[in-house]
Design a protein around this ligand. Structure first.
Ligand code: NAP
Length: 309
């Protein structure tokens, strides 16, 4: 199937373009970008030109930041195109619901991707946890924003989500591996006084059987970068490390093997998008985003020193 990519920025170049090039499902046939392009691929500088020129491209993948994404997605769905959304699927839950309705009304596939759910060990962690009683779960997501997001101003603007831009990846894994739904009860958000979004957050969740579920997100961590989820259960302790790429159960690494033949988070996302289009279905799981919205609604804000890139 032919596909177009919109927003040729960091993630498009790092992940989407190579994953599409390696895929047997897809041909990257056009890009839309105000400034970027991909060698050998037709490029447009605005979406209207793509829609007018290329009616045969039925599927479009959006790699824009969350705030501008709704207008692009809505226009594409109204124009009869299937749409794949980078995470987070929008700036607000209401606009994501509006996109879901538009996709349904027009009989199109819409996919809210969560790339971290496709990390190698997430599926086996979910299977392992399914029949255990959870006692506690702790997310530790500590990284250096200057290293991973240099000069990306949108992450500090309203809708940019700040530390929840990476933190939502952790929440996408937690909502995937836990067999029950949790909800946010309490949050503390540290917001640099010259910015609109948090640079650090502590979260506490309600769990239906009383397990202690917490998350520590920190975006100014210069030491060893940590993307870890530790779940203590009645039958042992499971740790997902490196964002879900590694798993340790009771101190033993690789006791559980992933049997998905396709490796790589983005190749798996594009394989799922191909399946959704072929089946005529959508996948819009908004739970990770709901927790972020709740943290921004309930969180106690603490103003801290200004942050400069
Ligand atoms: P980015 O490089 O800063 O921006 C991506 C592209 O979006 C830009 O090249 C720009 O495209 C377009 N864009 C930015 N603001 C726009 C606006 N107001 N209107 C229209 N287009 C605009 O961002 P990124 O790091 O690739 O992140 C994009 C999305 O991917 C985010 O939702 C992020 O959470 C997600 N993501 C990022 C990473 C990562 O490691 N960076 C990893 C996974 C997921 P043109 O100049 O090409 O028009």
């Amino acid at each position: 199937m032919k596909i177009a990519l919109v927003g040729i920025g960091k993630i498009a170049v790092d992940q989407h373009v190579p994953s599409l090039a390696a895929s047997s499902d897809w041909t990257l046939d056009a890009t839309v970008s105000r400034s970027g392009s991909v060698d050998g691929v037709a490029s447009y500088t605005d979406l209207d030109s793509l829609l007018a020129d290329r009616p045969e491209i039925r599927v479009v993948s959006l790699c824009l930041p969350p705030v501008p994404r709704f207008d692009y997605a809505a226009k594409l769905l109204k124009a009869g195109r299937h749409v794949m959304l980078e995470k987070p699927p929008g700036a607000t839950l209401a606009e994501c619901d509006a996109l879901t309705r538009l996709a349904e009304e027009n009989g199109l596939s819409l996919y809210a991707t969560w790339h971290s759910r496709e990390a190698a060990k997430v599926g086996v962690a979910k299977a392992w946890l399914a029949d255990k009683t959870l006692r506690s779960l702790r997310v530790t997501w500590k990284e250096d924003v200057r290293r991973w997001h240099p000069n990306q101003d949108w992450i500090w603007e309203p809708g940019g989500m700040g530390v929840f831009d990476p933190g939502i990846n952790a929440l996408s894994i937690v909502t995937e591996i836990l067999p029950v739904d949790i909800h946010l009860q309490k949050a503390t958000l540290e917001v640099p006084e010259n910015r609109q979004t948090p640079i650090a957050a502590d979260l506490q969740f309600y769990h239906p059987t009383g397990a202690d579920v917490t998350a520590v997100l920190n975006w100014r961590h210069e030491g060893e970068q940590t993307w870890q989820i530790e779940a203590v259960t009645d039958q042992g302790t499971l740790s997902l490390l490196d964002g879900g790429a590694r798993i340790v159960v009771d101190g033993v690494e690789n006791a559980l093997q992933d049997d998905n033949p396709l490796s790589g988070e983005y190749p798996r996302l594009y394989a799922k998008m191909a399946a959704l289009v072929k089946q005529g279905t959508s996948d819009m799981d908004l739970r990770p985003m709901m927790h972020v919205s709740d943290a921004l609604a309930l969180g106690r804000r603490v103003a801290i020193d200004p942050f400069y890139d």
